[in-house]
Design a protein around this ligand. Structure first.
Ligand code: PRX
Length: 632
């Protein structure tokens, strides 16, 4: 492993200081530990006005040479990937670095054979099977831009994303396993593609052995295509700032946007943060439970571990199948040393029988991680005590799709750890808190909006096809700063605690949705005139979705209507965005200018209607009483 790992608190302080005093020298030294076909000319060029951010300009590389080829000499026979299926009775599969290299090259050759070229956008809609990892890396191998779409999204959500990226090909599977259920993935793809003229090829991986509809001239089976294909595929030489991937994520307005990451900076940042935060050692078995359809899966299941030459475990299943002990059974089965999951999973397991945890030894664990949403103190302590046996540092890692990698987090065993606190910024990261006017708050024991004042190599470069949207979303709220959309506190010791979103984004089980996006889906239902969606505290999901809905006429059966509205949301977005509560109302609290006062709705949804603040400016103050009375 290249020597970029901080070992002591003093080394952290030194690295942090240098990263501020001489960011270019700091990152340049780290970047030098990678394999470049040609070294960069300029380490950093940037302004946050446009924004224009370029790291390692002029550098030439391929990220897969760094993930795979460079390990072959020293780690060829080391395990790169362990795949554990949904059903514990099915056999797991292991791939050494040499085998993974071959699989990726073969997949890359299949893509080439099917007409995929450098710069093409490839949509990947696949379950958590090894081929998802091969496919993603195969795109990077040939310089195609991957856009992985989580396989729980609906056909409509998929077609929106495909059309935005103008993808020419879709990589998918016949179906998928999820706990006791089997889901027909290919059917969703077929439906999506009815509205996607840019797609002319579909490659289908067999997972369930189902007979699926194959469109003549468009659809091919992977197992047919791979016959006789070479296990060697030279890597395409890429520029540091060439696009590596697009990943769609929700913001406070409009449709999800395609966050763009580029080859050089993302690579450097993914490995630096992976190696440091988890303090990974050469023989560790590392398990990140995230799906590759989310940024956590991109950076910390796939790229970060492979760049580091580590062994990464990929799990097809869910924490509750066949029983609530499944995670811990897998930890014991493979001797997992580092375990990274989301608070929502911890909270759902806390609800089970404690024996589901205590029946496993969990002796192999050394470091635990949390990501995706604030981890409440109760869940933090349960995780630390029952899983980590109070022996393992628990790192609460704060970051975003847009940041590419972890930004604020305890470095396991090295920097301070405090329940529910992400704690200190990593070297190279310069967070600040600002008030609503954008003035920096410099003291401690304060709360404010979390911004970054200097770029890091993993920062978002643009939103695909619409650079202005990137500027407006992240760089225009506070001049000269990247605005995260999160509120945070800083305690007396300077440790950060992330409170949650301050914009109209809700975080359900660690998944982001814009309230506008869900409202838009609900409004597609024929009975609905208007809707307003807010988040509310939910025991397991972190936030639940509460929808206030105005209908054309008073429904005879509210339960039927609710079911129909849920169906509409499932169709437009997917099951993951199902409203938890739907209240039918005759009006919404609006100001005279027509703006919905969400503050009031949030209070109602939280069940706290004692003090709704000033409602005198509302167009129709009476509607508030009705909403309060009908609260669910
Ligand atoms: O609100 C923060 C929350 O998740 C948002 C980013 O979501 P996404 O882009 O989907 O990425 C999730 C995985 C990196 C942030 O704006 N968030 C993420 N991690 C934490 C968190 N909130 C509190 N604590 C965290 N550790």
């Amino acid at each position: 492993m290249p020597n970029i790992q901080i070992k002591t608190y003093q080394e952290y302080e030194e690295a942090y200081k240098r990263s501020i005093d001489d960011p270019e020298g700091f990152w340049s030294d780290i970047a030098s530990t990678f394999t470049w076909r040609k070294k960069w000319n300029t380490t950093l060029e940037w302004n946050f006005e446009e924004p224009n951010i370029k790291w390692f300009k002029g550098g030439r590389l391929n990220i897969t040479e760094n993930c795979l080829d460079r390990h072959l000499k020293t780690r060829g026979n080391k395990l790169a990937l362990i795949w554990e299926p949904n059903d514990p009775k099915e056999r797991f599969v292991r791939y050494t670095y040499r085998e993974l290299h071959e699989k990726v090259c073969q997949f890359a050759n299949v893509l080439k054979k099917n007409g995929v070229k450098k710069g093409d956008r490839v949509c990947i809609y696949m379950p958590m099977i090894p081929e998802l990892a091969f496919a993603t890396l195969a795109c990077a191998r040939i310089g195609a831009i991957h856009s992985v779409i989580f396989a729980g999204f609906s056909a409509v959500a998929m077609s929106d994303r495909i059309n935005d990226a103008q993808a020419s090909i879709v990589l998918t599977s016949d179906g998928l396993n999820r706990g006791a259920k089997q889901i027909p993935v290919k059917r969703v793809v077929d439906e999506a593609l009815e509205k996607c003229p840019s797609v002319n090829k579909v490659i289908v991986v067999e997972r369930l052995g189902w007979a699926v509809n194959m469109v003549e001239g468009r659809d091919v089976w992977y197992h047919d295509e791979v016959q006789g294909v070479s296990k060697d595929c030279p890597a395409e030489e890429m520029d540091s700032e060439d696009m590596l991937f697009i990943l769609y994520t929700s913001g406070s307005t409009g449709k999800p946007k395609g966050v763009v990451h580029t080859c050089g900076g993302y690579m450097v940042y993914a490995q630096y943060t992976f190696s440091n935060v988890f303090q990974v050692q050469e023989n560790d078995i590392y398990w990140c439970t995230a799906d590759i359809g989310w940024i956590t899966g991109h950076t910390y299941l796939l790229y970060g571990p492979l760049l580091s030459g580590s062994t990464s475990l990929m799990f097809e299943g869910v924490p509750s199948y066949p029983d609530m002990g499944r995670f811990w059974q897998v930890v014991d089965k493979f001797g997992v040393n580092i375990f990274y999951t989301a608070p929502t999973a911890i909270r759902s397991l806390m609800g089970g029988d404690i024996d589901d945890v205590l029946s496993y030894s969990l002796d192999s664990l050394k470091v635990l991680g949390s990501v995706g949403e604030p981890i409440n103190e109760e869940a933090w302590h349960w995780y630390h005590t029952h899983v980590g046996k109070e022996r393992c540092p628990l790192v609460d890692t704060w970051w975003q799709t847009e940041t590419g990698g972890i930004m604020i987090s305890t470095i396991a065993g090295i920097t301070p750890m405090k329940p529910s606190h992400a704690a200190l910024p990593l070297p190279g990261i310069q967070p600040i808190l600002v008030d609503t006017e954008g003035n920096e708050i410099t003291e401690n024991e304060v709360e404010g909006h979390l911004c970054m004042k200097f770029p890091w190599p993993g920062i978002i470069r643009t939103t695909y096809g619409d650079h202005e949207r990137c500027r407006l979303s992240y760089f225009s709220t506070y001049k000269g700063l990247y605005f995260t959309g999160d509120g945070a506190k800083r305690d007396k010791d300077g440790l950060y605690r992330i409170i949650g979103r301050v914009d109209d984004v809700i975080n359900v089980s660690g998944h982001r949705f814009g309230t506008a996006e869900i409202e838009d889906a609900i409004n597609h239902n024929d009975h609905v005139v208007e809707s307003a969606v807010v988040g509310y505290p939910h025991d397991v999901k972190g936030q639940g979705i509460y929808a206030f809905v105005i209908c054309k006429e008073v429904p005879e059966r509210e339960d039927y209507l609710r079911a129909e509205i849920i169906e509409t949301v499932v169709e437009k977005i997917g099951k993951i965005a199902k409203p938890d509560k739907i209240q039918i109302v005759s009006g919404l609290p609006k100001t005279r200018s027509g703006k919905i006062m969400r503050r009031i709705l949030r209070k109602v949804a939280e069940g706290d209607t004692s003090n709704l603040g000033d409602t005198s400016t509302l167009l129709d103050p009476d509607v508030v009483d009705e909403i309060k009375a009908g609260a669910l």
